[in-house]
Design a protein around this ligand. Structure first.
Ligand code: CAA
Length: 283
């Protein structure tokens, strides 16, 4: 299974990062989203990231142009008709994802591997929407994609060994470290990370400490690069709530119950950095 052409669906924070690292590794990339503004915004983010490298003298501007020239923009899923791998990084909504996978299953050639960057939804259920569940797999990148080394590789119930090995190898070509996990709610990363963030929110909710103090304890005491409340703002509070709900529903235990304060913030539209306000304010 040779991978030369990669289609990335979703040009947001995750999709643009995935497209960037794929192009940097020399793959031909099609960056797809619902409209031209979104795809152009995604490519612009990539350009800004690469320009930072150029300005720091780590990359020549010709190299930057060569990387950018590998990324073509698309607003039509049918542009994936000759992709060897599709990585879906669309919104975390099962209905939307299964719709995309159903369409991709019809459009792409038989050999194409269909991967999802979902952070917690079952790969097995996404795969069941296609006629090629053996070629469906999870590739869960971490944010910010260009910086974070991990890709959690999730095997669906039917994922073949050949597909797993191809994706593991391809991930290494992106200079990332693949880690194999099985298909359970939240996989490994979010099953551990999100309850920690949720507990930090409960700690604030119950008045154990001020938000700054909670973050400082975890930063200085545990050497985390960001405190859990800043990290929640950075991930997006709506995303954190969605993942907690997926864990709560999928694993059925009270320990995964989302903190009422998290629900309240999301209802208020305080979604973190992207909305200008979460636990902290952002200008
Ligand atoms: N895109 C590209 N590069 C970025 C970036 C971004 N959004 N943000 C920071 N960087 C780069 C900077 O350019 C800088 O690069 P150089 O060292 O080459 O100059 C480097 O990252 C460090 O940045 P800073 O010095 O500005 O800040 P920092 O040292 O605090 O690092 C950080 C920033 C890497 C984000 C760090 O704070 C960190 O690791 N935070 C935790 C991130 C984390 O936990 N991510 C996982 C989230 S969970 C997830 O993604 C899964 C999910 O399903 C929810």
């Amino acid at each position: 299974m040779k991978i030369e052409k990669v289609m990335v669906i979703g040009a947001g924070q995750m999709g643009s990062g995935i497209a960037q690292v794929c192009a940097q590794a020399g793959y031909d990339v099609i960056l797809n989203d619902l409209n031209v503004q979104l795809t152009e915004h995604g490519k612009n983010t990539i350009r800004c990231n690469l320009l930072r490298q150029v300005n720091k003298g780590r990359m020549k501007s010709e190299e930057m142009e060569a990387i950018l020239s590998l990324i073509s923009l698309s607003t039509n899923l049918a542009d994936g008709r000759d992709a060897d791998l599709v990585i879906e990084a669309a919104i975390e909504n099962m209905e939307i994802k299964t719709q995309i996978f159903r369409t991709l299953d019809k459009i792409t050639p038989e050999h194409t591997i269909l991967a999802s960057n979902t952070s917690s939804l079952p790969i097995t259920e996404i795969a069941a929407a296609t006629n090629r569940p053996q070629k469906v797999i999870g590739m869960h990148f971490m944010n910010p994609v260009p910086v974070m080394k991990l890709v959690e590789i999730i095997r669906g119930l039917a994922t073949s060994n050949e597909v797993y090995e191809t994706i593991e190898k391809m991930t290494k070509t992106l200079e990332k470290v693949p880690v194999e996990v099985n298909d359970f709610p939240g996989f490994v990363s979010n099953r551990i990370l999100m309850p920690m963030i949720n507990e930090a929110i409960f700690t604030l909710y119950e008045g154990v400490a001020e938000k700054e103090a909670i973050d400082e304890v975890m930063k200085l005491g545990m050497n985390h690069p960001m405190g859990p409340l800043v990290l929640a703002d950075f991930i997006g509070l709506d995303t954190c709530l969605y993942i907690m709900e997926t864990l709560h529903e999928g694993l059925g235990e009270d320990k995964y119950r989302p903190c009422p304060l998290l629900r309240k913030y999301v209802k208020a539209g305080w979604l973190g950095k992207k909305s200008g306000r979460g636990f902290y304010e952002y200008k």
